[in-house]
Design a protein around this ligand. Sequence first.
Ligand SMILES: Nc1nc2c(ncn2[C@@H]2O[C@H](COP(=O)(O)OP(=O)(O)OP(=O)(O)O)[C@@H](O)[C@H]2O)c(=O)[nH]1
Ligand SMILES: [Mg+2]
Length: 318
Amino acid sequence: MKTGFVGIVGRPNVGKSTLMNAILGEKIAIATDKPQTTRNTIRGIYTRLDEAAPAGGQPDVQKQGQQPGTQPAGVQMVFIDTPGIHKPHSKLGSYMTETAVRTFKEVDVLLFLVDSAIDQGTGDKYILELLKEVKTPKLLVINKIDRMEPEEFRRIYDEYEATGVFAAIFGTCATEGKNVDKLVAGIENFLAEGPMYFPPEMITDHPVRFIVSEIIREKTLLYLQDEVPHGIAVEIESYREEGELTRIGAVIYCERKSHKGIIIGKQGKKLKGIGKSARLEIEALLGMRVYLELWVKVKENWRDSDFALANFGYKDQL
Ligand SMILES: Nc1nc2c(ncn2[C@@H]2O[C@H](COP(=O)(O)OP(=O)(O)OP(=O)(O)O)[C@@H](O)[C@H]2O)c(=O)[nH]1
Ligand SMILES: [Mg+2]
């Protein structure tokens, strides 16, 4: 069994979360057209078993750890989707960028995602310099190839190849899942034989409450423009299963009173829309009916408050 951790890094909005979801064939990480959508590392587990489980039932991960000889052939990749690396303007931004950079040394393979040439901004150049300093094998993924002419793709390819930093280069369209299989096969070449870290059916180790709060945050971001999205945080206040129904109460935090009005919208229409689209997706995730109640509250400048950051899970501890 080839196993390992695979970090997905890059500037905000290049398609890191979309790519991870495409690899997994499931939506684990939220993705929007707003930069800085991902705020924590999001883990997604990809497992492919090439042989039937040994006679006697389901493979037992614990036992396999002790007896490597009995492991099935296949691959398990634990993907770590990270926040986009950017120049931070708040404590939240610093936490996000530090979180992403920290994974450089914690994984077995790094995927560096780009969607344009190096000279189109300083962001990629900065990340490239950081990548040069780590020994982890690095693969370049040129994403959004659907938006590129072949000549542009070639130019980006050549430019990055000339840096000598990357062990391999791929071109993908994450939204259509194009070349994702080739990328997975490519990553496999850089993994070593090792233990399975998670049971084969598991696709993430995040608690379902976390995924639920992320879905609510995603729907809120999709309804908002300009400066409002960056100040949004979601907190689950109550979560109760009652037979066939799950009752969820959540608070959407924003940074200004004017933003609160924008989120609620005329006659509460926008909040209703956010609630409905979030509820439908949560129902699909949980496979049961959901009663979702949303409140909007203002918490000024929370992005620079250590207490609030810890409370929202954007800081390891106080
Ligand atoms: N055209 C096109 N759009 C894409 C592709 N991949 C992702 N996108 C879009 O790009 C936007 C950003 O995608 P995300 O997956 O949220 O990007 P990210 O890198 O995770 O962004 P952050 O979490 O903010 O760092 C979304 O609107 C995606 O639908 C692609 O291959 N082609
Ligand atoms: Mg993301």
